[in-house]
Write a protein that binds this ligand. Structure first.
Ligand SMILES: O=P(O)(O)OC[C@H]1O[C@H](O[C@H]2O[C@H](CO)[C@@H](O)[C@H](O)[C@H]2O)[C@H](O)[C@@H](O)[C@@H]1O
Length: 231
Protein backbone atom coordinates (compact mmCIF):
# COMPACT_ATOMS: atom_id res chain seq x y z
CA UNK A 1 0.00 0.00 0.00
CA UNK A 2 1.20 3.52 -0.77
CA UNK A 3 1.91 6.01 2.04
CA UNK A 4 -1.01 8.35 2.83
CA UNK A 5 -1.05 11.70 4.59
CA UNK A 6 -3.00 10.18 7.52
CA UNK A 7 -3.11 6.50 8.62
CA UNK A 8 -6.90 6.44 8.15
CA UNK A 9 -6.57 7.64 4.54
CA UNK A 10 -4.66 4.60 3.26
CA UNK A 11 -6.30 3.19 0.14
CA UNK A 12 -6.23 -0.59 -0.07
CA UNK A 13 -6.23 -1.75 -3.71
CA UNK A 14 -9.44 -3.75 -4.19
CA UNK A 15 -7.60 -6.93 -5.19
CA UNK A 16 -5.14 -6.94 -2.29
CA UNK A 17 -7.10 -8.95 0.33
CA UNK A 18 -7.84 -11.61 -2.31
CA UNK A 19 -4.23 -11.67 -3.48
CA UNK A 20 -3.00 -12.18 0.09
CA UNK A 21 -5.52 -14.95 0.73
CA UNK A 22 -4.59 -16.73 -2.51
CA UNK A 23 -0.89 -16.46 -1.72
CA UNK A 24 -1.44 -17.81 1.80
CA UNK A 25 -3.40 -20.76 0.38
CA UNK A 26 -0.74 -21.46 -2.25
CA UNK A 27 1.97 -21.34 0.43
CA UNK A 28 -0.07 -23.67 2.66
CA UNK A 29 -0.38 -20.97 5.31
CA UNK A 30 3.27 -19.87 5.28
CA UNK A 31 2.43 -16.17 4.79
CA UNK A 32 2.47 -13.61 7.60
CA UNK A 33 1.76 -9.88 7.72
CA UNK A 34 4.23 -8.22 10.09
CA UNK A 35 3.40 -4.57 10.70
CA UNK A 36 3.95 -1.59 12.94
CA UNK A 37 0.19 -1.11 12.94
CA UNK A 38 -2.07 -2.82 15.46
CA UNK A 39 -3.66 -6.06 14.23
CA UNK A 40 -7.06 -4.39 14.70
CA UNK A 41 -5.94 -1.56 12.37
CA UNK A 42 -4.72 -4.06 9.76
CA UNK A 43 -8.10 -5.78 9.80
CA UNK A 44 -9.94 -2.45 9.65
CA UNK A 45 -8.08 -1.78 6.39
CA UNK A 46 -7.99 -5.26 4.85
CA UNK A 47 -11.09 -6.89 6.31
CA UNK A 48 -11.04 -10.07 8.38
CA UNK A 49 -8.35 -12.32 6.86
CA UNK A 50 -7.37 -15.77 8.07
CA UNK A 51 -3.69 -15.00 7.63
CA UNK A 52 -0.95 -15.04 10.26
CA UNK A 53 -0.32 -11.51 11.55
CA UNK A 54 1.96 -9.66 13.94
CA UNK A 55 1.14 -6.07 14.89
CA UNK A 56 2.41 -3.22 17.06
CA UNK A 57 5.95 -3.89 15.78
CA UNK A 58 5.83 -7.47 17.00
CA UNK A 59 4.12 -6.75 20.33
CA UNK A 60 1.07 -8.75 19.27
CA UNK A 61 1.04 -12.02 17.37
CA UNK A 62 -1.75 -14.09 15.82
CA UNK A 63 -1.18 -17.36 13.94
CA UNK A 64 -3.58 -18.26 11.12
CA UNK A 65 -6.68 -20.24 12.10
CA UNK A 66 -7.46 -18.32 15.30
CA UNK A 67 -8.86 -14.94 16.32
CA UNK A 68 -6.85 -15.02 19.56
CA UNK A 69 -4.08 -12.45 19.68
CA UNK A 70 -1.07 -13.43 21.78
CA UNK A 71 1.06 -10.72 23.42
CA UNK A 72 4.80 -10.85 22.81
CA UNK A 73 5.33 -7.86 25.12
CA UNK A 74 3.71 -6.13 28.10
CA UNK A 75 1.15 -3.36 27.35
CA UNK A 76 2.52 0.16 27.14
CA UNK A 77 1.86 2.36 30.20
CA UNK A 78 -1.08 4.77 29.93
CA UNK A 79 1.10 7.46 31.51
CA UNK A 80 3.42 7.33 28.46
CA UNK A 81 0.50 7.75 26.07
CA UNK A 82 -0.87 10.62 28.20
CA UNK A 83 2.49 12.42 28.20
CA UNK A 84 2.79 12.13 24.42
CA UNK A 85 -0.80 13.34 24.00
CA UNK A 86 -0.03 16.39 26.11
CA UNK A 87 3.02 17.15 23.98
CA UNK A 88 1.10 16.56 20.74
CA UNK A 89 -1.79 18.82 21.77
CA UNK A 90 0.60 21.60 22.73
CA UNK A 91 2.38 21.34 19.37
CA UNK A 92 -0.25 21.68 16.66
CA UNK A 93 -2.43 18.76 17.78
CA UNK A 94 -0.23 16.12 16.14
CA UNK A 95 -1.83 12.73 15.62
CA UNK A 96 -1.16 10.26 18.45
CA UNK A 97 -1.82 6.61 17.57
CA UNK A 98 -1.93 4.40 20.65
CA UNK A 99 -1.53 0.69 19.96
CA UNK A 100 -1.62 -2.22 22.39
CA UNK A 101 2.17 -2.51 22.70
CA UNK A 102 3.46 0.72 21.23
CA UNK A 103 2.46 4.31 20.62
CA UNK A 104 3.12 6.43 17.52
CA UNK A 105 3.15 10.21 17.10
CA UNK A 106 2.82 11.38 13.50
CA UNK A 107 4.59 14.66 12.70
CA UNK A 108 3.92 14.64 8.92
CA UNK A 109 1.76 17.78 9.25
CA UNK A 110 4.02 19.42 11.86
CA UNK A 111 7.68 18.97 10.86
CA UNK A 112 8.56 22.07 12.88
CA UNK A 113 7.76 20.13 16.08
CA UNK A 114 10.14 17.25 15.32
CA UNK A 115 13.04 18.43 17.46
CA UNK A 116 10.87 18.81 20.58
CA UNK A 117 9.08 15.54 19.85
CA UNK A 118 12.37 13.65 19.62
CA UNK A 119 13.49 15.09 22.95
CA UNK A 120 10.16 14.24 24.61
CA UNK A 121 10.10 10.68 23.24
CA UNK A 122 13.72 9.99 24.13
CA UNK A 123 13.18 11.24 27.68
CA UNK A 124 10.19 8.90 28.02
CA UNK A 125 12.10 6.01 26.47
CA UNK A 126 14.85 6.50 29.04
CA UNK A 127 12.56 6.96 32.07
CA UNK A 128 10.19 4.09 31.21
CA UNK A 129 12.64 1.62 29.68
CA UNK A 130 11.05 1.75 26.21
CA UNK A 131 12.58 1.39 22.78
CA UNK A 132 12.48 4.33 20.41
CA UNK A 133 11.84 4.03 16.66
CA UNK A 134 11.88 6.73 13.98
CA UNK A 135 9.84 5.69 10.96
CA UNK A 136 8.36 7.57 8.02
CA UNK A 137 7.28 10.93 9.52
CA UNK A 138 6.49 9.13 12.74
CA UNK A 139 8.23 8.44 16.03
CA UNK A 140 7.24 5.43 18.08
CA UNK A 141 7.85 4.09 21.56
CA UNK A 142 7.60 0.32 21.87
CA UNK A 143 7.88 -2.19 24.67
CA UNK A 144 11.30 -3.85 24.84
CA UNK A 145 11.40 -7.22 23.10
CA UNK A 146 8.82 -6.25 20.50
CA UNK A 147 10.25 -5.69 17.08
CA UNK A 148 9.61 -7.19 13.66
CA UNK A 149 12.61 -9.53 13.97
CA UNK A 150 11.17 -11.02 17.16
CA UNK A 151 7.86 -11.53 15.32
CA UNK A 152 9.66 -13.33 12.47
CA UNK A 153 11.41 -15.62 14.95
CA UNK A 154 8.08 -16.35 16.68
CA UNK A 155 6.47 -17.34 13.35
CA UNK A 156 9.45 -19.48 12.38
CA UNK A 157 9.02 -21.49 15.58
CA UNK A 158 5.48 -22.51 14.53
CA UNK A 159 5.10 -25.96 12.96
CA UNK A 160 3.65 -24.51 9.76
CA UNK A 161 6.64 -22.23 9.14
CA UNK A 162 9.52 -24.23 10.63
CA UNK A 163 12.11 -25.26 8.03
CA UNK A 164 10.80 -22.86 5.36
CA UNK A 165 13.16 -20.33 3.76
CA UNK A 166 11.58 -16.94 4.57
CA UNK A 167 11.50 -13.78 2.46
CA UNK A 168 10.54 -10.51 4.15
CA UNK A 169 9.35 -7.49 2.14
CA UNK A 170 9.38 -4.04 3.70
CA UNK A 171 10.02 -0.37 3.04
CA UNK A 172 10.56 1.19 6.46
CA UNK A 173 13.61 1.42 8.71
CA UNK A 174 11.61 -0.59 11.26
CA UNK A 175 11.71 -3.48 8.75
CA UNK A 176 15.48 -3.74 9.22
CA UNK A 177 15.00 -5.87 12.36
CA UNK A 178 13.10 -8.39 10.23
CA UNK A 179 15.67 -8.25 7.41
CA UNK A 180 18.38 -9.08 9.97
CA UNK A 181 16.26 -11.97 11.31
CA UNK A 182 16.23 -13.64 7.87
CA UNK A 183 19.81 -14.98 7.77
CA UNK A 184 19.56 -17.45 10.69
CA UNK A 185 16.57 -19.02 8.90
CA UNK A 186 18.36 -19.14 5.54
CA UNK A 187 16.11 -16.42 4.15
CA UNK A 188 16.53 -12.92 2.74
CA UNK A 189 15.04 -9.45 3.00
CA UNK A 190 13.57 -7.53 0.08
CA UNK A 191 13.78 -3.75 0.45
CA UNK A 192 10.90 -1.93 -1.24
CA UNK A 193 11.85 1.57 -2.42
CA UNK A 194 14.94 3.47 -3.45
CA UNK A 195 18.39 2.06 -2.58
CA UNK A 196 19.62 2.73 0.97
CA UNK A 197 21.92 1.09 3.50
CA UNK A 198 19.97 -2.02 4.46
CA UNK A 199 20.28 -5.56 5.75
CA UNK A 200 18.04 -6.66 2.85
CA UNK A 201 19.67 -8.71 0.08
CA UNK A 202 17.19 -7.82 -2.65
CA UNK A 203 15.23 -4.75 -3.70
CA UNK A 204 12.03 -3.90 -5.54
CA UNK A 205 11.62 -0.24 -6.54
CA UNK A 206 8.03 0.44 -5.46
CA UNK A 207 4.66 -0.95 -4.34
CA UNK A 208 3.53 -1.57 -7.93
CA UNK A 209 6.54 -3.81 -8.55
CA UNK A 210 5.70 -5.79 -5.39
CA UNK A 211 2.18 -6.47 -6.72
CA UNK A 212 3.59 -7.45 -10.12
CA UNK A 213 6.14 -9.79 -8.51
CA UNK A 214 3.51 -11.47 -6.34
CA UNK A 215 1.20 -12.00 -9.33
CA UNK A 216 4.13 -13.41 -11.34
CA UNK A 217 4.94 -15.78 -8.48
CA UNK A 218 1.34 -17.01 -8.46
CA UNK A 219 1.38 -17.48 -12.23
CA UNK A 220 4.57 -19.52 -11.96
CA UNK A 221 3.51 -21.69 -9.03
CA UNK A 222 2.74 -25.33 -9.90
CA UNK A 223 -0.85 -25.30 -8.66
CA UNK A 224 -1.71 -22.14 -10.60
CA UNK A 225 -4.21 -22.48 -13.41
CA UNK A 226 -2.44 -19.66 -15.18
CA UNK A 227 -4.44 -16.56 -14.36
CA UNK A 228 -2.42 -15.37 -11.38
CA UNK A 229 -5.60 -13.58 -10.35
CA UNK A 230 -6.92 -14.12 -6.83
CA UNK A 231 -10.15 -16.10 -6.61
O1 LIG B 1 5.12 -1.67 9.52
P1 LIG B 1 4.17 -0.90 8.66
O2 LIG B 1 2.96 -1.69 8.31
O3 LIG B 1 4.87 -0.32 7.48
O4 LIG B 1 3.66 0.29 9.58
C1 LIG B 1 4.51 1.38 9.86
C2 LIG B 1 3.65 2.52 10.37
O5 LIG B 1 2.62 2.71 9.38
C3 LIG B 1 1.67 3.74 9.64
O6 LIG B 1 2.32 4.97 9.50
C4 LIG B 1 2.87 5.17 8.21
O7 LIG B 1 1.80 5.15 7.25
C5 LIG B 1 0.88 6.27 7.35
C6 LIG B 1 -0.17 6.05 6.28
O8 LIG B 1 0.39 5.85 5.01
C7 LIG B 1 1.64 7.59 7.17
O9 LIG B 1 0.74 8.69 7.30
C8 LIG B 1 2.75 7.68 8.23
O10 LIG B 1 3.52 8.86 8.03
C9 LIG B 1 3.66 6.47 8.14
O11 LIG B 1 4.63 6.49 9.19
C10 LIG B 1 1.03 3.54 10.99
O12 LIG B 1 0.21 4.66 11.27
C11 LIG B 1 2.06 3.31 12.10
O13 LIG B 1 1.37 2.93 13.30
C12 LIG B 1 2.97 2.16 11.69
O14 LIG B 1 3.95 1.91 12.69
Amino acid sequence: MEIADHPDEVVVPPGLPGLLTTLADRLEGRLALVSGRAIAALEAMLGPLDIAMAGSHGGEFRPAGTRTVQPLAAPIARSVIARLRDFAQANGDMLVEPKPYSVAVHYRRHPEALEGLLACAQTLAHSDGLHFKHGKQVIELVMPGSDKGAAVDAFMRLDGFAGARPLFLGDDVTDEDAFRAMAPHGGAGVLVGPPRASAAHWRLPDVASVHAWLHAALDASPSSEGSGKPA
